[in-house]
Design a protein around this ligand. Sequence first.
Ligand SMILES: C[S@@+](CC[C@H](N)C(=O)[O-])C[C@H]1O[C@@H](n2cnc3c(N)ncnc32)[C@H](O)[C@@H]1O
Length: 233
Amino acid sequence: MKIEVVKKHFQKWAKKYDSSNRERMIPCFHDFYGTVVNMISEKRNIAINILELGTGTGMLTELILSSYPKAKITGIDLTDEMLSQAEKKLKKLKNRLTLKRGDFSSTSFGNNFDAVISSLSIHHLTPDGKKKLYKKIYISLKKGGIFINADLVKSESVYIQKLYMKKWEGFMRSGRVDENNIKRRLQGVKKVDIYDTFEDQLDWLKGAGFEDVDVFWKYWNFAVFGGLKKITV
Ligand SMILES: C[S@@+](CC[C@H](N)C(=O)[O-])C[C@H]1O[C@@H](n2cnc3c(N)ncnc32)[C@H](O)[C@@H]1O
């Protein structure tokens, strides 16, 4: 996938992204994002350092900063257009937020994070790109840190995959999502999305060094999965 194609896609979509009725485009919206929030930590009042890959307009960022009042987030995104929407929306939380424009597949992350999170962004990378990114994420985590990815995955079964895509389209239509938004999303599936199975991705996480990996939540082709970096490594 050429990064320029992904960039253009989101530059165009940025202003309409939040008003495209995300709750009706993503089945089980609250569970999908809520699982990321809940998996970060049992304790809410702790000072944690989080890296977010593909911040976009700050949908997940806002949820996390308001659920963890002492957390700090560094958010990386490809486009100024998406980040400026996030900046506007998260003005009140700006003391705990650093936004950086860049490509997370080529930016270095350092090694100081308690959690690395991402939603609906890593599926734009090829399998090779995902494997390399998972290695970088592992290195960027402190011992005991967690990686959580809420993303689109594909089924191992071609038949079930087709069924999921049909169900997803039906879900958007039943929620009366604007036809242009449905069209744009389905074009995105063909133009900028690269789906891999969660089974492969858990293997790639193990290959990157994570010993404890799992799918934390799944519905159709939407999954939240990740891994923990052992305290004893
Ligand atoms: C579908 S949006 C998701 C935004 C947000 N995480 C959410 O859940 O609403 C995907 C975002 O990932 C960003 N993105 C995709 N590939 C990227 C890359 N290689 N590096 C940095 N950002 C990337 C896009 O610019 C876009 O803002």
